[in-house]
Design a protein around this ligand. Sequence first.
Ligand SMILES: [Zn+2]
Length: 257
Amino acid sequence: MRLVDVHCHLESKHFEGRLDSIISGAREAGIVRLITSSIVPEEWGLSESIARRYPEVEFALGVHPWYIKEGDEERVEALSRARECGAVAIGEIGLDKKSGPVPLERQKSLFDSQLAIARELDLPVIVHCRGAFDELRACVKKTGLSARGGLIHSFSGSVEIAAELIKQGFSFSFGGALTYRNSKKKEAVLKAVYPDRFMLETDSPDIPPVEAKPGPNVPANILYNLRAASEILGLSEEMVAEAGTANARRMFGLTLD
Ligand SMILES: [Zn+2]
């Protein structure tokens, strides 16, 4: 069984000095690729160096809407080099009306510029979106996505919203929230987007699955998310894992042998 954790944050200080064991745990769990997403420009160099160190790690560069600060409008111009330094996506970028200190207008402006760069570079985007799906759709309508499309991670919208976003070229990844097993809405969304628009993630070190050991979430815990997804879908874990891996491979241009 081959798994891809399409969204995690290996740059996190929770993983400092522990990456060798985190990555070998991921390998043992069957993870063949991890896509680590930076959240601030100060992490971009680290994302790249982690990916150089571990052959199964790919990286995305971006500014997360919670952490936008003075001067980032200029800093994101450097993302035009993302492709040449080996990034497989622009992310984590997005819009959040539910939490975070940054006014929506400012988020939109930075989101727009990062979308435009992704489009120009023909890279997919990895998106965080909370309570701002109308705004997200409007931004994407204006700027467009590259032909690779985009991934909305830890998707929290409805089946109807998912259908609209699919028309724009989005896919969705699901993580620890699947293990809460408390939401008919999430189950309906999972069933609606599976298999073609479905991927698996952990968002490590965040969103630990219910069954996981206490402490920061780790990529190996993707197995709990896989189990929850396969239970909800009524399909084998192997089948669900392969579907997510095939979609990740296509969107991010991963070479898996
Ligand atoms: Zn994240």
